[in-house]
Design a protein around this ligand. Structure first.
Ligand code: NDP
Length: 276
């Protein structure tokens, strides 16, 4: 019997998840389809019940519903509890709705394609929103040292407090270039600044050229921030790998076993608007 999956959000027309998951179905010959639904905030509860009633096996959740959906679910995985947000829902065999979060571990998996995350590594996270939180939580088991910089310092402090409450090592630094520039080994840009091709409010001049610099945005393919890092000699990575692996981990939550990453990547890259 064909299985049905979807992504819900608002806006959602730009979502590449259908192409990515369908690429996976093609690789394994799975009888399934993956749709996208734009939903108004006031309709979320009905939409969740509707998806369940229509026999959907699971769905992804994107902006702005990752936190709003929690009251409509029956159980959260440790990853969703820790992140306080859900990006993947599975309808269990008994009909219960299970909420999971694959964003942070998706980021870690994409990083591991490129580098080894070493114990004690100096990691600087720019931003303190939902994505920063998921990434920080997923990095805690690697015993890295995290520095958080955010435009709104109170939010940076909240994230640092959360990291520490989970056994991690973290400090807040001011929202500007500073001594971390020549000690960071991994710099992760998680703010939404690059989406509109906006320049970063500070320069990376002086950054240690061995630093890995990641911007979790991938449209534009290379944000002004990532371009500056590359021009300064740093190794760079955009957010497309994070998208791929959060999808692969969602697949594994739904189906079990190993996700068909090659097929998902093929589907994703065929649908990507600007790949350079
Ligand atoms: P949130 O709204 O939760 O957080 C936004 C962050 O950006 C905050 O730190 C906010 O700072 C900062 N910010 C926003 N505007 C500005 C500005 N003008 N100047 C400085 N800082 C700013 O969003 P998310 O964390 O969910 O998402 C952040 C980005 O990550 C988005 O662009 C999203 O597309 C991308 N993303 C990519 C994923 C992938 O798979 N590649 C997965 C998830 C997200 P402040 O606290 O001061 O408001």
């Amino acid at each position: 019997m064909e299985k049905h999956f979807a992504v819900i959000g608002n806006p959602v027309a730009h979502s590449l998840s259908p192409a990515m998951h369908r690429g996976g179905y093609r690789e394994l010959g799975v009888e399934a389809d993956y749709l996208r639904f734009q939903i108004e905030s006031g309709d979320l509860s009905q939409a969740v019940q509707g998806l369940k009633a229509l026999g959907f096996s699971g769905w992804n959740v994107t902006v702005p519903f990752k936190e709003q959906i929690i009251p409509f679910l029956d159980e959260l995985t440790p990853e969703a509890l820790q992140a306080g947000a859900v990006n993947t829902v599975k309808v269990a065999e008994d009909g219960r709705l299970l909420g999971h979060n694959t964003d942070g571990n998706g980021f870690v998996r994409s990083l591991q394609d490129e580098m080894k995350i070493e114990k004690g590594m100096e990691v600087v996270i720019l931003g303190a929103g939902g994505a920063a939180k998921g990434i920080a939580m997923a990095l805690i088991p690697y015993d890295v040292k995290i520095t958080v910089l955010n435009r709104t310092p109170e939010r940076a402090q909240q994230l640092v407090d959360l990291i520490k409450s989970q056994g991690g090592d973290a400090v807040v630094k001011p929202w500007e270039a500073g001594d971390w520039l020549n000690s960071a080994q991994l710099l992760v840009q998680t703010t939404s600044l690059g989406l509109k091709q906006e320049q970063y409010p500070f320069s990376l001049r002086g950054i240690f050229p061995e630093t890995w610099v990641v911007d979790i945005i991938f449209n534009p393919w290379e944000t002004p921030f990532l371009r500056e890092a590359r021009e300064l000699g740093c190794r760079t990575l955009n957010g497309v790998g994070m998208l791929l692996y959060q999808g692969a981990l969602a697949w594994e939550f739904w189906f079990g076993g190993q996700a068909p990453v090659a097929g998902m990547k093929k589907g994703l890259f065929e649908a990507l608007p600007n790949k350079e």
